[in-house]
Design a binder for this molecule. Sequence first.
Ligand code: PSU
Length: 305
Amino acid sequence: MNPFVDMTEEVAYALAEHLPVVALESTIISHGMPYPDNLRTAEEVAAIIREHGAVPATTAIMDGKIKIGLTKEELTRLASEKEVIKASRKDIAYLAASGKTGATTVAGTMFCAGLAGIPIFVTGGIGGVHRGAESTMDISADLEELGRTNVAVICAGAKSILDLGLTMEYLETKGVPVLSYQTDHLPAFFTRSSAFSSNYKVNDPEEIAAVIDTKWSLGLDGGLVIANPIPEHSALEEAYMNQTIEEALQEADKQKVKQKEVTPFLLEYIHKATEGKSLQANIALIKSNAVLGAQTAAAFQKLRN
Ligand code: PSU
């Protein structure tokens, strides 16, 4: 076992027995939602994954250890402490070497899940190419990680705070398949659809598992994006969300928000501007992703066992 990695007994047992495991990120807890909704949501998502027959494994760096699976105490620390660092691939070595604590982004979590041998990962939304990236070069490390690490990411698409068209182009360049669940469209997180199509429509967890299994069996390394539209009753109105996102972007520009602060700033702005509606939508979609993720992990494990 890697000396930097600290895995809970529950996750270690599940992996040793080839049982379905679902990785979960922690940036969404520390930087994506306010306390105490973040802690409650993290616990509910883990419970949903268990109810659907898989073991949840939230990743983070805690006091220098790469954690695969967290105790309630550790989750509470990540949800409530202010100085938790947002940890992408570039941050992991420093945090591990200096004994610090960080919450893993999609890129960070993919790296940790890959290290632990967990192929399926559930989150809310992935990062992408930011609007105006042609001059700022602000492109999430999530996309690079998807291009290189063998982990399938189940999400609700990407938010239209990003340039979704350029995000799709970038994923194409990196050879990352984008599969939409029961739709041809690329979902845009708060809304079930966007102006963009995904690469392929997939209809059930077995079909998703078969694509993942085939990709890696062929030696086509790298991740996949499985985009699951937000449940209909929780989706927000498109015109209203587009306007709110526009305002959030203008405010970020005015306040000269840069680099890793951009996404948390926009999320918080949108949360306040929608008076919590965006948070409710965020919670609903991640729970729905947890169901699909657990089912996909079970179907994938069946193919591999
Ligand atoms: N999108 C969301 N909620 C989030 C994030 C993205 O709707 O919490 C987080 C994820 O952890 C994602 C990260 O990996 O933001 C992307 O940040 P950046 O754009 O700085 O790469």
